[in-house]
Design a protein around this ligand. Structure first.
Ligand code: SAM
Ligand code: SF4
Length: 470
C-alpha cells in the first residue's frame, strides 16, 4: 500500500514569485552578508537565494563567481567525478512535449536492450574505462521495478578482466515504495528524478493530462518514497527552458529544504540542471520560450553552488565543450564523458549522433580519453571513485562528513587511486602524460599523514591490484 501523500505540496508558486519580486535590486551590503553565510557553507534560505538571483551588478556577480569557485574547491577539491549514461529502453507511454522519446514521436525507433545487448553495451563502456553509470529508461509498463532491478544486476555482474561498473545510478520514472525496495536489494547508487518544472501551470502544459507523468505530486514526492524505502542517495533536477530559470532555481532549493526537513538533515545527493536540447521532430525543443542563455546558465550554476554548498552538482554532455569548460569551475562535482544516449549507442559509438535513436542531441561528443586529457590540463583530477557508497558513506553519514575533511581524507586519495587505475589500463599516451602530471601535483597537496598510505596503495596498483581505495 502506498503511504498517504500530503494534500498541499511544498512548492508555493505565488510565494516564490513574491520572494523573487521582493528581491529585485538587492542591497550590495546585504548580498555580501549572504555571501559570508555561503562561505561558511551554510545552506541559504529562499529569500537569500532570491536576492542572489536578482543580482545584476557586474562587480557583485564577479564576487559571486569567485566565491562559487572557492566553495567548490573547499568542499570538493580539484576532483571531478566521471560517469556515463546507459540508455536501456526508449519505449514511453507519456507525451512530454520537449522529449524526443515521447509516445507520439513516430520518427523514433523504439528499442529495449535485451540482456545480452545490455551486457555488450556495458563491456564497451568498461573497455573505455568507465566505472560509474546511470541507467536511463522511458516510462513504460515494460520498465517496472523488477525489470530495472534485473538490469542493475546485469550491469554489476558484467565484468571484464580489467573493467567493471562499480556504481549503478538510475534515472527513471518515479516508483512506489515497494518498487524502490527492490532496487535497494540489488545495490542501487543514486535514484534521480527531475521534476522538469516546479511551476504547476507549466507542468500541466508540458505534460498532457491523463499521462502518468501528468501527475505533478506523484513526481514531486517520488524521492520521498525512495528515501522511505531506504535509498540513501537521491538526485533532483529541473529541465531549464520550460519556465523562468530563477523560479526553477527556487524550486530546486525548496525541494532540497523539504528533503532535509523530512529526512533528518539529509537533502539531495546531487542537483542537475539540464537545458533543453533539440530532439528530432520535437518542435517544442527547437526554440523554447524560456530558453536559458549561456550567461544566465553561468549565473544559475553559481547561485545553486552558493545556496547549497555541500550538494553535488552534475553538468552533463548536453552542454558544448566550451560551456562545460567555463562552467566547470563554478561548483561542478560530476560530469559525464564519452556519452552516447541512443539505445545501443555505445555499439555504434563512431557514428556519433543518431537522431532516430536519441532523446535529444548532445553538445559534447568527445571521448572519455579526450575529456580526461583536457580536464587534467585545466588543473583538475578525474575521479572514478565509488568508495563512498561501498563504505556506507552515504545519506546522513555523508552529510556529517561532507566537510573539507572528507575531501582530504577520502575523496582526494580515492580520486588519485582510481585515476591511476584508469591511466594504467585505458589511457592513450598523451592522456597518460597529462594524467601522471596531475597525479603528481595533487599527491603533493595531500596532508602529510595521508601521503604514506596513498603511496603504498599506488604501488599496489602498479603491481596489478585493482579496486584499491581508502
Ligand atoms: N523517462 C523518465 C522520466 O521522464 O522521468 C526518465 C528520464 S528521461 C529519459 C531523462 C531526462 O531527460 C528527463 O527527466 C528530462 O529532464 C531530460 N530531457 C527530456 N527531453 C530533453 C531535451 N529535449 N533536452 C534535454 N533534456 C531532456
Ligand atoms: Fe518519456 Fe521521460 Fe521522455 Fe517524458 S521525459 S517522454 S517520460 S522518456
Amino acid at each position: 500500500m502506498e503511504s498517504k501523500i500530503e494534500k498541499k505540496d511544498f512548492i508555493d508558486d505565488e510565494k516564490i514569485w513574491d520572494e523573487l519580486n521582493n528581491a529585485i535590486n538587492p542591497d550590495p551590503k546585504e548580498i555580501r552578508n549572504i555571501l559570508k553565510k555561503s562561505e561558511n557553507k551554510v545552506r541559504l534560505e529562499p529569500c537569500e537565494t532570491a536576492k542572489l538571483l536578482q543580482v545584476e551588478d557586474k562587480d557583485l556577480l564577479e564576487e559571486m563567481f569567485s566565491l562559487a569557485k572557492k566553495i567548490k574547491e573547499d568542499v570538493y577539491g580539484k576532483r571531478i567525478v566521471f560517469f556515463a549514461p546507459l540508455y536501456v529502453g526508449n519505449k514511453c507511454q507519456n507525451n512530454c512535449l520537449y522529449c524526443g522519446f515521447r509516445k507520439g514521436n513516430e520518427s523514433i525507433v523504439r528499442k529495449t536492450l535485451t540482456m545480452d545487448e545490455l551486457r555488450e553495451e556495458v563491456r564497451i563502456m568498461e573497455k573505455a574505462g568507465h566505472k560509474r553509470s546511470i541507467l536511463v529508461y522511458g516510462e513504460s509498463k515494460d520498465y517496472d521495478a523488477d525489470f530495472i532491478a534485473k538490469t542493475i544486476k546485469v550491469v554489476y555482474d558484467t565484468k571484464l578482466c580489467k573493467g567493471e561498473i562499480r556504481r549503478v545510478n538510475i534515472n527513471a520514472a518515479p516508483l512506489d515504495i515497494e518498487g524502490y525496495k527492490k532496487l535497494c536489494e540489488v545495490g542501487i547508487g543514486t535514484y534521480q528524478i527531475f521534476q522538469e518544472t516546479y511551476h504547476h501551470e507549466t507542468y500541466s502544459k508540458v505534460h498532457p493530462k491523463g499521462d502518468r507523468k501528468g501527475d505533478y505530486k506523484w513526481r514531486l514526492y517520488g524521492l520521498d518514497r525512495a528515501m522511505k524505502a531506504g535509498i540513501d542517495d537521491v538526485g533532483i533536477g529541473a529541465l531549464f527552458g520550460l519556465y523562468d530559470w530563477k523560479f526553477e532555481v527556487m524550486g530546486l532549493l525548496y525541494h532540497t529544504i523539504h528533503l532535509e526537513e523530512k529526512f533528518g538533515g539529509v537533502g539531495p545527493h546531487t542537483i542537475s540542471f539540464p537545458r533543453i536540447e533539440e530532439a528530432i521532430d520535437t518542435p517544442f525543443s527547437q526554440n523554447p520560450k524560456y530558453k536559458v542563455s549561456d550567461e544566465d546558465f553561468k549565473k544559475l550554476v553559481t547561485v545553486i553552488r552558493l545556496s547549497v554548498p555541500y550538494t553535488g552538482m552534475i553538468l552533463t554532455a548536453r552542454e558544448s565543450p566550451e560551456v562545460r569548460n567555463e562552467v566547470l569551475p563554478l561548483g561542478i562535482s560530476q560530469i559525464d564523458a564519452g556519452s552516447r544516449i541512443g539505445v545501443g549507442g555505445y555499439k555504434e559509438f563512431e557514428k556519433g549522433y543518431i537522431p532516430e535513436k536519441e532523446q535529444f542531441q548532445l553538445g559534447d561528443m568527445r571521448s572519455l580519453d579526450e575529456i580526461i586529457k583536457d580536464i587534467c590540463k585545466a588543473g583538475y583530477i578525474p575521479s572514478f571513485c565509488t568508495a563512498g557508497y561501498r563504505s556506507a558513506r552515504t545519506g546522513k553519514k555523508f552529510m556529517g562528513l561532507a566537510k573539507p575533511g572528507l575531501v582530504h581524507n577520502f575523496c582526494m586519495p580515492n580520486s588519485i587511486l582510481t585515476f591511476k587505475e584508469y591511466l594504467l589500463d585505458y589511457a592513450s599516451e598523451e592522456t597518460k602524460k597529462a594524467g601522471e602530471k596531475a597525479i603528481e601535483t595533487h599527491f603533493e597537496n595531500l596532508p602529510k599523514e595521508r601521503k604514506k598510505v596513498v603511496r603504498e596503495k599506488l604501488e599496489l596498483i602498479e603491481k596489478g591490484k585493482r579496486d584499491v581505495y581508502v
